[in-house]
Structure formats: C-alpha cells, structure tokens
Design a protein around this ligand. Structure first.
Ligand code: BTN
Length: 248
C-alpha cells in the first residue's frame, strides 16, 4: 500500500498541512501526517478549522498526474470508509462531506510544485461544537451517538484512498466519477457559486471528467465550473440575490 507507507503521527501540531509542506522535499508519494490536535487548523479560503482531540486531522502527500480529481477521490474514499459502518455520507462539491445535511468532514488540497497536500478534517468523536459552528457542523458521534475507534477508521480511510488512488493512476476516472455521482447530494439541486468577481447560479447536471461542476444556468446555457464556493439554494432566491447585487 502506498498510502501511509510512511506515517508521521504527532500529539499536537499547528496544522498537518503545514507540517506536510515541511516534508515535501524528501517525502515519498503517500506519506501521511496525522495529529490528535491542531492548534491552527485551516480550512478553505483561509478559514480556521476547529480541530480538538476526537477528530481525525491528517494530510496525505500525493504526486498525481491528475491533481484536479484529488478532491473527488478523497471525498469518495471518506464515503466508502463509512459505508463499512453502514453510515451514508453525502458529498457537496467541491470539498464538503455531509452527514444528515451538516458538514462532517472537509478537504483542503494545496498544490506545491509537483505534489498535492491533501488535508482531511474528519469530525469523528467530537462531542460538541462552539455555538457559531453548531448550525452547520456535526460529528459522526453527534449523529450516531456512538464513539468510533479512531485508528480503525484512519486505517480504513487509508485503504480506500489507496484503492482509489490506484484507480486514478490506472486512468479509471469514470469509476471515481460514478461513485461521486452515487454519493453526492447535489444532482438536480440549485446552487449559487461564488467565483472571483462574479456569482453564478444554476441547476447541477453532473461532474465533469476533470472534477468540475456542470450546471445549467437560468438562460439554459451550460457552464462547467472548476473551482468556487458553492451553496445549495432555491433558484428563485439565487436569481433574486443576483439581481440585487449587480457587479458581484
Ligand atoms: C474545509 O472544508 O474548509 C477544509 C478543511 C480541511 C481541514 C483539514 S484538518 C487536516 C488538515 N490540516 C489543516 O490545517 N487543514 C486540513
């Protein structure tokens, strides 16, 4: 197994992504940094990531030929891991994993030179969240009222990432996309995506072979979005908000 062939397991780090970055020059494909606690965990768009003891905070160093599909690969691997516990997670493009409509895991991919640092934050046994996160975040413990063996979940996740990474290396992209379509909560839903300098609204049709989101806009044209901040909305509200803020 490539994934986890080298493991750095720490009690406490600032951020496993930062730690992983410091290893990049010598690290082999599949090296993992895992920590019990992060003091400066970071999410997408420079948001802080709540990382107390109880979660799985890890970064995987990958050297893929197709970095665009790494978030798809990782999110599908999280879903497959929890299927072994009969827990159905949902996927929200580009990087959120949900359980009962709340965010249970997030993925932060950072491309540095030829490598991708895949940061995975999984709210596993977290008992409660600070008030400002309670409406949007959850943990597997909160939703199932069960504690999970962290290392068993970690090992299963490594196995799933390894399998799906082999699929990607073997160019079996359609296999990954089919699984993403199976787990996503977005197909047929209306979304508003914030891009630099503009907002796009539309109905989700599919995921593209490079991991983009394919949407149909209100004027019936189709657009493929490669990156952006995405929210599920009612189309009526989305178009109303769009018109209310010209130029955004
Ligand atoms: C997001 O949804 O915004 C992405 C969250 C990613 C959090 C993980 S926790 C492990 C790794 N180290 C970090 O500092 N961030 C990622």
């Amino acid at each position: 197994m490539i994934i986890g062939s080298k493991l750095y397991y720490e009690d406490e780090v600032d951020s496993t992504n930062i730690y992983a970055k410091s290893l990049l020059k010598t690290a082999s494909d599949g090296t993992i940094v895992l920590a019990d606690l992060q003091t400066a965990g970071k999410g997408r768009l420079d948001r802080p990531w709540y990382s107390p003891v109880g979660g799985i905070w890890m970064s995987v160093i990958l050297k893929p030929e197709k970095p665009n599909l790494i978030p798809v690969l990782t999110s599908v691997s999280l879903c497959e891991t929890f299927m072994t516990y009969d827990i159905l997670l949902g996927l929200k493009w580009p990087n959120d994993v949900t359980l009962n409509k709340k965010k249970v895991a997030g993925i932060l991919c950072e491309v540095v030179d030829q490598s991708v640092i895949v940061g995975i934050g999984l709210n596993l046994n977290i008992k409660e969240f600070p008030p400002e996160l309670r409406h949007t975040a959850t943990s597997v413990f909160i939703e199932t009222k069960k504690s999970f063996d962290k290392m068993a979940v970690f090992q299963m996740l490594c196995k799933e990432i390894d399998y799906n990474y082999m699929m990607l290396k073997g160019d079996h992209v359609s296999h990954l996309l089919t699984k993403w379509r199976h787990y996503t909560i977005m197909l047929g839903k209306d979304v508003m995506i914030e891009l630099p300098g503009r907002k796009v609204t539309g109905r989700v049709l599919d995921i593209s072979s490079d991991g983009g989101l394919v949407i149909m806009k209100p004027d019936n044209t189709i657009e493929r979005i490669l990156a952006g901040d995405c929210q599920l909305v009612s189309m009526e509200k989305a178009t109303r908000d769009d018109h209310a803020k010209p130029g955004t």
